[in-house]
Structure formats: C-alpha cells, structure tokens
Design a protein around this ligand. Structure first.
Ligand code: SF4
Ligand code: SF4
Length: 446
C-alpha cells in the first residue's frame, strides 16, 4: 500500500506577526562562538537511537576530554565520551529532556584541566571508505538535527544502493534558533568537508547545501568555501516552516517525494544536518569525538547568545552563564518552541542534539482554552505530511485508533504547525502524537 498522502510540499507557512515581533526581540546575532565550560557535567550514556552503550568507567576514574566512557552496545548504537577533563564522581539515574531518569555519568572538572592534545589534521582523501566509517563510529557521531540516529550506521548503505546526491540540511527552520547558522559562518570548511567525506563513502556525484534565504551570512560563507568545487552547489531555500524536515526539504529542493516507509537514500539522496557534517569532519580528519554542542540560548534570558558548551552541561548552568532569566520563567524548551521539548527541571543536561534553549516568562507565555472545531481546514492546509489533523484529533478523542491508523497518524512529524494555526486552539499535535503512540502500542500487543 502506498503510505504517503498525495500532493507536494509547497513551502509550509511563515510565522504570524506576533512571532515575528519576538523573533526580532529574541534574535541572536553573533559572528563568533562564545564558550562555556561548567564545573560539572552530567553525561547521559545514551543520546542516540539504538542499543544502550556499556559503561567503561567507574567512580573515582580520572578522564581527559575525549576519553571513551561508554562503549556502543551494538552496531546500531554510539560511543559516549568524556566532555571535560576531570574525575568521575557519580554514576546515577538523572533526568533527561523527555522527563525520564536515565543512566548518567557525572564528571567534576579538574582544577588544572588537562585537555587531550588534538591530533594533527589528516586529509580524508587518502583514507579507505572503511576507515572513514570506523572513525565516524569511534567518535560517537549521531544525527545532530534531532534524529540522533548513529551516523556510521546511516553511512553504511547496501552495496546496490545508488546515492547520487548528498544534501546538507542547513535549514534550521524553528524560530529563534541560530546554532547551525553560526556554525556555517565560523566552520564553513569543516561543514563542507563532512559532506565531501560522505560523498566519498557513498560514491555520490554531487553535494547540495540547503540554507534558508534569511541567512545571507551563512550563504555567503558557504559560497566562498565551495567556489572551487564544481560538484557543490548552495541552494537558498524559502524561509518557511517546517522547511528543515527531511521529506519537506527534499520535495522543495529536488522534487523528490519519499515514501513514508522509505528513506531518502532509496531515492538516491543522502541527507545530513550541517552540525553532523562538521562532527564527521572532526571525527575523520582529527579523530576527535563529538563532545561539544553549539546551543542557542534565547527568549527571556538576559544575554541571548549561541554558546559552545560540553555535552552534559546542565541547562541551569547554561542559563546562569547567559545572565539568568528575564522575569519569572514559565516555560523552557530544549530545542525550538515548535518541536522542542518542554522541561520541568533545570537539571536536564545538554545532549548531542540540543541545538537550543528557549525560555518564555510568565508575561509572554499564553494559555488558551480549546473550543469546538469550526471545520475551517487550516490545519490540513499547513500540514507538511498532508494529513487530516482535524479528523485525526476527533477520532483520537473518540478512541477510534483504527481510523487514526487509516489516516496515517504515524506519519505525523510532530511539527506543531496544525496546533499553531488552529483558531479553535485545539491540541492537535499532542493528540495526534498520542494516537501514533497508541497505534504502536496496539500493534506491539498484537
Ligand atoms: S503536527 Fe503532525 S498533523 Fe500537525 S501539521 Fe505537523 S505533521 Fe501535520
Ligand atoms: S484548524 Fe482547528 S478549527 Fe480549523 S479545521 Fe483544523 S481543528 Fe478545526
């Protein structure tokens, strides 16, 4: 059965003027990276999709930044590394941004921090494909755009797969987030190198780097660094939400429609986030593991900025570093306000996929009562997956999960666009996600 709705993604929607006002107020504009290293880090052993890694350190062990602290538990898994030099002072269950408590390694910084010397950069050109993948695997690189799928697994495609194009996703479409934008400006060569490594591994013919057209500095920097490469092009894509979604980007960019059960690679395209690409370059050329994260801290905080911090930095420490809250905080999202996760404790650590922290205070947080659906169809018009949010919501509320399954609730990417535009303020995205969870539960039981 064909599992994709008909029609083509034609560009999502722009945010309402009220959001634009905040976009200006909360805008982070900087051309250099600000760095913060806390006194302690809380590193979840598992920050990826796949098998949990196995601990290889104990309380009392001294580690350097970059040392392995948890080894991948299977092929579909990822290594975890110490992100600062110091002593392992605790192994405990600690909250992550899903609200669950997960196994976590606590490292206290050494007074005189000794950082592991960075290896001399080595060109990837002379390295065999297997060595390239092994180095990506050793470095614990995962999809940093939010997917957290281990990158070495994604790069290991079937022999008969024909990958024509590498697409770098620089469309950071959530409002207020600037981490990828800054990365493309300050590490443009590294971003390109990661894509060239993927191109070599997969035998692809060309690279397309997609950047939203409201990021002229990033476009300019990427153009400068790619001008001597005839197989690389920079595409300025429309600034609309959710342009950065995998399927939406490919439809808008290449007119490639990916079946819901398929992967972009089935259509000859390998898609990678720009931050992942830079991490691949470090993994291969310097054999450096993924231990730092660029994170935009904005909203109702005093100093809105994009900060490079060790993975495992607590959100509370990062907010303190940014001068603390403006007003009384009401909501804090890890990620953007559309697809990010609201957290209820400042003890949640930054992980490999935490590209933003958005704080909303009591003055700016808005609450609405739901009212009955007026059948305006706006939710269906904006849905990038061409679902019927209003009907999915109604069937979910009625407990008719079979109809939810027929209407492909599992295809929802939880972008929140339907909830955002609904004039009746219905909790569409939340209910559709719950419906997808229920369907999965029932399928497992069956
Ligand atoms: S949250 Fe799901 S149903 Fe709503 S617009 Fe996004 S993809 Fe469509
Ligand atoms: S946008 Fe809201 S009111 Fe309009 S059809 Fe969808 S659920 Fe109903």
């Amino acid at each position: 059965m064909r599992r994709t709705a008909p029609g083509k993604f034609t560009g999502g929607f722009s945010f309402a003027p009220s959001t634009e006002k905040f976009k200006e107020k909360w805008k982070v504009k900087q051309s250099e990276v600000v760095t913060f290293v806390p006194e302690r880090v809380y590193i979840p052993t598992q920050q990826h999709i796949g098998a949990p890694p196995k601990l290889v350190v104990d309380v009392g062990d001294r580690v350097k930044a970059g040392d392995l602290i948890a080894r991948a538990g299977d092929f579909v898994s990822a290594n975890t590394h110490a992100t600062i030099a110091g002593t392992v002072i605790d192994l405990l269950d600690w909250p992550d941004n899903s609200g669950n408590k997960v196994p976590t390694i606590v490292i206290k910084k050494e007074e005189n921090e000794v950082t592991k010397g960075s290896k001399q950069a080595e060109s990837f050109e002379s390295l065999a494909k297997e060595t390239l993948i092994d180095r990506v695997s050793a470095a614990g690189v995962v999809g940093m755009g939010g997917a957290t799928f281990p990158t070495h697994v994604k790069l290991t495609v079937d022999d008969d797969a024909e990958v024509e194009t590498i697409v770098l996703n620089g469309a950071e479409c959530e409002p207020f987030l600037e981490a990828d934008n800054l990365l493309m400006q300050v590490e443009s060569r590294k971003v390109l190198t990661g894509a060239r490594i993927a191109k070599k591994i997969l035998g692809a013919k060309k690279i397309i780097i997609a950047v939203e057209d409201d990021k002229p500095e990033a476009i300019q920097k990427m153009r400068e660094v790619t001008e001597s490469f005839t197989d690389v092009s920079i595409e300025a894509v429309a600034t609309s939400y959710p342009q950065g979604g995998e399927k939406q980007l490919l439809e808008g960019l290449l007119d490639v429609e990916v079946d819901l059960e398929g992967l972009p690679v089935d259509s000859g395209v390998y898609l990678m986030n720009v931050a992942t690409s830079a991490a691949v370059a470090d993994a291969v050329e310097r054999q450096e593991p993924l231990i730092n994260r660029l994170c935009t801290v904005t909203g109702d905080v005093k100093n809105k900025q994009t900060v490079s911090c060790p993975i495992g930095t607590l959100t509370g420490d990062l907010i303190d570093f940014c001068g603390g809250f403006e007003g009384d905080p009401r909501k804090i999202f890890v990620g953007g306000p559309m697809m990010g996760q609201a957290i209820d404790t400042l003890e949640v650590p930054i992980t490999k996929s935490s590209n933003g922290l958005v704080v909303i205070n009591t003055e700016h947080a808005m609450y609405y009562e739901e009212s009955p659906c007026i059948r305006c169809n706006l939710c269906a018009e904006v849905c990038p997956m061409r679902l019927e949010p209003q009907n999915l919501d109604l069937y979910y509320r009625a407990g008719d999960y079979k109809r939810c399954q027929d209407l492909m609730a599992d295809a929802c990417i939880n972008c929140g666009a339907c909830t955002y535009v609904c004039p009746a303020r219905r909790n569409l995205a939340k209910n559709i996600t719950a419906a997808a969870g229920k369907i999965e539960e029932l399928l497992q039981e069956a």
